[in-house]
Design a protein around this ligand. Structure first.
Ligand code: C2O
Ligand code: CU
Ligand code: CU
Length: 511
């Protein structure tokens, strides 16, 4: 249990924007160093030992324009010992250098050699590199529409620990069309990276080295099947407050937690106006009383504080009726509508936002039925798999370049998995419930209800989607514009590491 930290005593930090080192003919060139450092995460907590990009947690925000490619040199300057407990049996990482990193830009359309393949890791100074190491400087074309992306570590078998240590940051692509909408901008447009952590009394990060009900034959340390921290941080501060003017603000919200999902609402009873999802603006603004955010999902919302002058509004996380009264994670962030209005708010909440062509019109080449399944490993620990295959099994998903596929995600486990596919943004077609008990008895899929259209705020571009238990969630995607090796996985990092991640290869048209 973390020390009982007082809520809303620290100001919300805003990440600084990364400046390019130089301009080159192939775009701006940036350098980012991964380093170990200490950062104060709460007034009453001693500085926490972290790993971060440019000695910051979250890392600096990369802010680019659509159509302007950039290059990033993600330099590993980390020590050779990890600060968190590594299970050496997961992917036999005990045979590898202990500290390895590789950065992935989540949600981006990037060539495979810059996508941060989990086995393309490298150590401090590139002294050692993984089997599929590609290049030192990554290239991001930024040809996709305006959106909120994020970058984070993706090293094989230790992603959960590297990200938990602090290796994550935001990445924003801006386009002209979005600019023309007159959304709240400048200081009124704020990224919020929400994560959960637990702390030891000395301020250090706490992360379990054994599952709660550990049998005694387990590896030591052992991976855990899920992790829920008892403390919520936004932009690197524990339960911060944010002073706002009585006007509209735009918040680009990211759930950067390992396992935890959030059900966000405002205690003032006012709604969110959701304007965007993972892959940018929705077609139409959606008024939401409550927004579920799975790990790695982004929601872009406008909140209007104009009627709340002098008041406090808390961004809450609905823990449901059975919540433990000791659980403090029902609070996220406090807004204090305490600043005077500096000038008239001329920004708008547009009704119509953007054009989104429906992929459903495309000619569908392949339908893949993919099961999300639970099994147990040799130690009796849960082992969650995609279609009953482990990471190292041969590649089975090989979409052809430029073709459209439907992936039908059938979740036969007992809980929701946020499924993420690299390279593309997909659309959610529908969900359909089935009888899980029946399936567990005889393997039959008997639907218990009709096909349900996705929620209004899921009708835009997505790269990560909740695939709930006992439902078939169908997504549709066009696999382009690059061929090569990518991955898809559950974004619960404890699942992704073990072994709920699979390679996929986009193959050439005539292969
Ligand atoms: Cu957010 Cu494969 O990653
Ligand atoms: Cu990704
Ligand atoms: Cu999962």
């Amino acid at each position: 249990m973390s020390p009982k930290l007082e809520k809303f005593v620290d100001r919300l930090p805003i990440m600084n924007t990364l400046r390019p080192r130089r301009k080159t003919k192939s775009g701006n060139y940036y350098e980012v160093r991964m380093e170990e450092f200490r950062q104060k995460l709460h007034r009453d907590l001693r500085p926490t030992l972290l790993w971060g990009y440019n000695r910051q947690f979250p890392g600096p925000t990369i802010d680019v324009k659509q159509g302007e490619p950039i290059q990033v040199n993600w330099m590993n300057n980390l020590p050779s010992r990890h600060i968190l407990p590594i299970d050496g049996t997961v992917h036999n990482v005990d045979e590898l250098p202990e500290v390895r990193t590789v950065t992935h830009l989540h949600g981006s359309e990037t060539k495979p050699d810059s996508d941060g393949y989990p086995e393309a890791w490298y150590t401090n100074g590139y002294r050692e590199v993984g089997p599929t190491f590609t290049r030192k400087v990554y290239e991001y074309p930024n040809h996709q529409r305006g959106c909120t992306l994020w970058y984070h570590d993706h090293a094989m078998g230790i992603t959960r620990l590297n990200v938990y240590a602090g290796l994550a940051g935001m990445y924003i692509i801006r386009d002209k069309q979005e600019k023309a909408l007159n959304l709240p901008n400048g200081q009124y447009e704020v990224p919020l990276m929400i994560v959960d952590r637990s702390f030891n009394d000395d301020g250090s990060l706490a992360y379990p080295d054994q599952p709660d009900d550990a049998a005694d034959n387990l590896p030591d340390p052992s991976i855990v099947p899920a992790f829920l921290g008892d403390t919520i941080l936004v932009n690197g501060k524990v339960w911060p407050f944010f002073e706002v003017e009585p006007r509209k603000y735009r918040f680009r919200i990211l759930n950067g937690s390992n396992t935890r999902d959030y059900q966000l609402f405002l205690d003032s009873g006012q709604p969110f106006y959701q304007i965007g999802s993972d892959g940018g603006l929705l077609r139409k603004t959606v008024k939401m009383e409550r927004i579920g955010v799975e790990p790695a999902e982004r929601v872009d919302v406008i909140i209007d504080f104009s009627q709340f002058e002098g008041k406090e509004v808390i961004l809450k996380n609905d823990l449901g009726p059975d919540a433990d009264p000791e659980d403090r994670t029902g609070d996220v962030l406090q807004f204090r509508v305490s600043k005077p209005l500096t000038k008239k708010d001329t920004s708008v909440v547009p009704r119509y936002l953007s054009e989104i062509p429906s992929l459903n019109q495309n000619n569908v080449k392949t339908i893949r039925n993919l099961k999300l399944v639970g099994s147990t490993d040799e130690y009796g620990r849960p082992l969650l798999l995609l279609d009953n295959k482990k990471w190292h099994d041969p590649v089975t998903e090989k979409p052809r370049l430029g073709t459209t596929e439907i992936w039908s995600l059938m979740n036969v486990t007992g809980f929701t998995h946020p499924i993420h596919i690299h390279l593309i943004q997909f659309q959610v077609l529908d969900r359909r419930p089935f009888d899980l008990d029946r399936y567990n008895e005889d393997g039959q899929i008997i639907y218990t209800g009709s096909v349900q259209a996705p929620a209004l705020n899921e009708r835009g571009w997505k790269d990560t989607i909740a695939a709930p238990s006992a439902q078939v969630t169908r997504v549709i995607a066009r696999f382009a514009p690059y061929t090569g090796d990518y991955v898809w996985h559950c974004h619960i990092l404890e699942h992704e590491d073990y072994d709920m991640m699979r390679p996929f290869t986009v193959i050439d048209k005539d292969e």
